[in-house]
Ligand binder design. Structure first.
Ligand SMILES: [Mg+2]
Length: 365
């Protein structure tokens, strides 16, 4: 069975002038109706717990995001030199405390809480829960909010449909990195279902970023994280090209893997495409989680976000146990959480549903 393509689904749905929420039916129902989405055999799946290694990697998803975020926070908007020591020092433009995470992790936590509460981010109830969590976060008066996200959340939309409609009206460029930075926990909801994982990642992105490349980037990265949790490899990123415009993305991944100068080759890492490339460059140029996070920060500019993006996949690949204890002890942030709370939250999401054995996932190459 061939994998679905994300954007044909979302774009075609939009071109029909149909709002999923307006119809009051979840995406799965609509997609089944138009014949684009296969029906996964959720009812028939065998309950199965994760192995100890998989559980460690699942716990690493949010923890890795937060670690990269807090590591990069003190260097945001800067270009570190070779002499610059990269550590969890805090400071930076927003005077972060050492170990304090920023909007990237706070928004990922918002998604994670909605996931733990509803267990289905591709459906109206789950998306509405994400929207409500986003509004609760903006009401906490965070000191760092991306421009595009602020423009959407300022309206305090009460539903996902309203939030998505607001995002679609934002003028100018809408492909900032603000949805990719928070996408990691979506993977934990769909360890048993790659197809719906891709759809959910795109839908959650679209709440604030009405941009095809942002949706594709989120689908790619979330599927890669999902695969890394299950298998402990990065192979899921290339496999996920089947879900997006591969002619566009494959050369960009090639470039990231071979680049010797990320500042020259993908300098605009506030843009979702260059942010993904920076993260992938860092990951493919180091063999360790801390080493790759340091590279992401050394690339400069939007350092907390590129390192947070990298951290989600690194944590999924190497596990929570790969995050240095010294850093774990420093981590903290909205909404009054620390490292242990992040791993507990990740486990709550995974525990909501049994995971299907990896071999049974048809598109999980
Ligand atoms: Mg940030």
């Amino acid at each position: 069975m061939s994998p679905i393509l994300i954007n044909p689904i979302l774009t075609n749905v939009r071109s029909l002038g149909i709002s999923l929420d307006l119809l009051g039916c979840p995406l799965r129902t609509l997609a089944r109706w138009v014949g684009w989405l296969r029906e996964p055999a959720r009812q028939n799946q065998e309950p199965m717990g994760l192995t100890a290694d998989q559980a460690d990697r699942a716990a690493g998803v949010l923890l890795g995001t937060a670690t990269g975020d807090a590591l990069g926070a003190g260097y945001e908007f800067s270009l570190p030199t070779r002499k610059t020591v990269i550590d969890m020092i805090g400071g930076g433009a927003f005077r972060w405390e050492p170990g304090e995470w920023t909007d990237d992790t706070s928004m990922a936590i918002a998604i994670a809480r909605a996931a733990a509460d509803t267990g289905a981010l591709h459906e109206t109830a789950g998306l509405d829960a994400v929207a409500a969590q986003f509004v609760a976060w903006i009401d906490s008066r965070p000191k760092d909010v991306g421009g595009q996200t602020r423009a959407v959340l300022n309206q305090r939309s009460r539903t996902a449909r309203q939030m998505r409609a607001r995002a679609a009206k934002i003028p100018g460029r809408r492909g900032g990195n603000g949805s990719l930075m928070r996408t990691a926990p979506v993977a934990l909801v769909y360890l048993d279902d790659a197809d719906t994982c891709a759809v959910a990642a795109a839908l959650v992105s679209s709440l604030t970023h009405a941009d095809q490349r942002a949706e594709e980037a989120c689908a790619l990265w979330t599927l890669a994280i999902r695969h890394a949790v299950l298998h402990g490899t990065y192979d899921g990123l290339r496999a996920a090209l089947a879900y997006v415009d591969a002619d566009y993305w494959a050369p960009l991944l090639d470039q990231a893997e071979t680049s010797r100068n990320p500042r020259k080759d993908f300098p605009k890492n506030g843009w979702v495409v260059h942010a993904l490339q920076t993260a992938w460059w860092a990951i493919t140029h180091s063999d360790t989680l801390p080493g790759a996070l340091e590279l992401a920060v050394r690339a400069g500019r939007d350092t907390d976000t590129t390192a947070a993006i990298a951290g989600g996949l690194l944590g999924a690949r190497w596990g929570a146990s790969a995050v240095p204890e010294r850093w774990q002890n420093l981590l903290h942030g909205y909404p009054g959480m620390r490292a242990d709370d992040l791993t507990d939250l990740a486990q709550r999401i995974v525990a909501r549903k049994p995971a299907r054995p990896p071999a049974a996932a048809p598109h999980d190459q």
